[in-house]
Design a protein around this ligand. Structure first.
Ligand code: PMP
Length: 388
C-alpha cells in the first residue's frame, strides 16, 4: 500500500508559505564570493563575559531544568532592566516569562489570546512570522499597509478603519523589521488612544528596542493605560548579539502571563539553562558592549542610507533595528527580480520586500549588520548593477 505521507500533514501547514528569506539564504549558500546583506542578525559575537558565564554554569553542573517561567534571578534582572531602561514595572514572579527567543514569546502570546476567528491586526511590511503564527493559533490576520510617504508608520485612521467587532489585538513592532521605522512617543499615543477607545489588546514586539539611533526607544507599555492591555515581547538576540542562544521573554498582566505560562510549560518546559545563565550575566555586566555595538550600527546606518540615496535608490532614514529598506521602483524590476538578478550578476544577497507582506513590493531589505568593508563592497556592486 502506498502511504500518502503528504496527506498526514495538517492542511493549515500545507497551506503555509515557506519563508521567502530562507529561499535567498539557500541560493546564496551555494555560491562563492557573496556579500550578504540578507541576514537579520548581528555580525558581533556575544560578549566574552556572557559566554564565560554559560561555560561556568556548565562547569558548576547547572544542567537541570529551571522553573518553567525561567530562573527567578534572571526574571528579577529582567524586571530591573525593563524598569530602568523603558520605565515599565513588572512583577518578576507573576508577569515575566523567559522564552526560547522572542519567536516563542510571539507564539505563546498568540495562542494564549486567540479564539477561533478572532482578528489580529498586523501592520505590514513586517517580520515574516506574524501572519503564519496568527493563523496557526486559529486567528485571522487583518493586514494594514504602511507607506513610505508616512515613513512606514501606522496612521491612526488606518487603524480605525481596520477595527471590526471581531478585532482582538493589534500586533505592532518598533523599531521595525524590515523598515527600521521607529515610532515616537507621539506616534504611539495616537495609536494607543484608538486601542483604548476600542478596548483592544496590543502585542508589542520590541526586540530591537536597544537598537535605536536618534531618540530613545519608547515602550508602548509605558504609555498611560497601556500596560494592562499589552503583551510586551523582547529578548537578547539583537541588542545583546545573542541570536543563537535562543533567549527572549514576554511581560504581560498576571492573567495573560499565566495563560502564556500554561502553554509554555507543556510545549517547552523552560528555556535552555546555560543560555539563561548567559543572559543573567548580560544584564548584570552593564550595557557597555551594547552601547558600543549600537554606535557601530549607527555609523553603518548613516553610511548605507546615504550611499543608497546617492546611487538612486530612494531610502528613508530608519531610526532603529539594522535594516535599510530602499525603494527599487526606479529600476522597473519587481523586488524578487531585483534580488535574484543582483545575486546572480553581482553576488550581493538582499531580501526582496514582497516577503514582508503588503507595502513591501518595490523595496529590498538590506541588513547593515555587516562590517564597513562588506557594506562598502556591497554598495560598489549594487552601483554597478544599477548602472547596467
Ligand atoms: N521579531 C522580529 C521583528 C525579528 O526581526 C526577529 C528576528 N529576526 C524576531 C522577532 C525573533 O527573534 P528571536 O531570535 O529572539 O527569536
Amino acid at each position: 500500500m502506498m502511504t500518502k505521507t503528504k496527506e498526514f500533514v495538517a492542511e493549515s501547514v500545507q497551506n503555509m508559505r515557506p519563508s521567502g528569506i530562507r529561499k535567498f539564504f539557500d541560493l546564496a549558500a551555494n555560491m562563492e564570493g557573496v556579500v550578504s546583506l540578507g541576514v537579520g542578525e548581528p555580525d558581533f559575537v556575544t560578549s566574552w563575559s556572557v559566554r564565560e558565564a554559560a561555560i561556568l554554569s556548565l562547569e558548576k553542573g547547572y544542567t537541570s531544568y529551571t522553573a518553567n517561567a525561567g530562573l527567578l534571578e534572571l526574571r528579577n534582572e529582567i524586571a530591573d532592566y525593563m524598569e530602568n531602561r523603558f520605565h515599565v514595572k513588572y512583577d518578576p514572579k507573576e508577569e515575566i516569562i523567559v522564552t526560547v527567543g522572542a519567536s516563542q514569546a510571539i507564539d505563546i502570546a498568540m495562542r494564549a489570546i486567540i479564539n477561533p476567528g478572532d482578528e489580529i491586526i498586523v501592520v505590514e511590511p513586517c517580520f515574516v512570522s506574524y501572519v503564519p503564527l496568527v493563523e496557526l493559533a486559529g486567528g485571522k490576520a487583518v493586514t494594514i499597509e504602511t507607506k513610505p510617504e508616512h515613513d512606514f508608520k501606522l496612521q491612526p485612521d488606518q487603524l480605525k478603519q481596520a477595527i471590526t467587532p471581531k478585532t482582538k489585538a493589534l500586533l505592532i513592532c518598533s523599531p521595525n523589521n524590515p523598515t527600521g521605522t521607529q515610532l515616537t512617543k507621539e506616534d504611539l499615543q495616537g495609536i494607543c488612544d484608538i486601542v483604548i477607545e476600542h478596548d483592544l489588546l496590543v502585542i508589542a514586539d520590541e526586540i530591537y528596542a536597544e537598537l535605536a539611533y536618534d531618540i530613545q526607544h519608547t515602550s508602548i507599555a509605558s504609555i498611560e493605560g497601556m500596560q494592562e492591555r499589552t503583551i510586551l515581547i523582547n529578548g537578547f538576540s539583537k541588542g545583546f548579539a545573542m541570536t543563537g542562544w535562543r533567549l527572549g521573554f514576554c511581560c504581560a498582566p498576571k492573567e495573560i502571563s499565566h495563560a502564556c505560562l500554561k502553554i509554555h510549560q507543556y510545549a517547552m518546559m523552560c528555556a535552555s539553562t546555560p543560555a539563561q545563565y548567559a543572559a543573567l550575566e548580560a544584564l548584570q555586566s552593564g550595557m557597555d558592549d551594547v552601547v558600543q555595538m549600537t554606535k557601530d550600527y549607527r555609523r553603518r546606518r548613516n553610511y548605507i542610507v546615504s550611499s543608497l540615496n546617492e546611487i538612486g535608490l530612494d531610502c528613508h532614514i530608519p531610526g532603529g533595528a539594522f535594516y535599510a529598506f530602499p525603494s527599487i521602483k526606479s529600476t522597473g524590476l519587481s523586488s524578487e527580480e531585483f534580488a535574484e538578478k543582483l545575486l546572480m550578476e553581482q553576488k550581493v544577497a538582499v531580501v526582496p520586500g514582497n516577503v514582508f507582506g503588503k507595502g513591501g513590493e518595490g523595496h529590498i531589505r538590506c541588513s547593515y549588520a555587516s562590517s564597513m568593508e562588506q557594506l562598502q563592497e556591497a554598495i560598489k556592486r549594487i552601483k554597478n548593477f544599477i548602472e547596467k
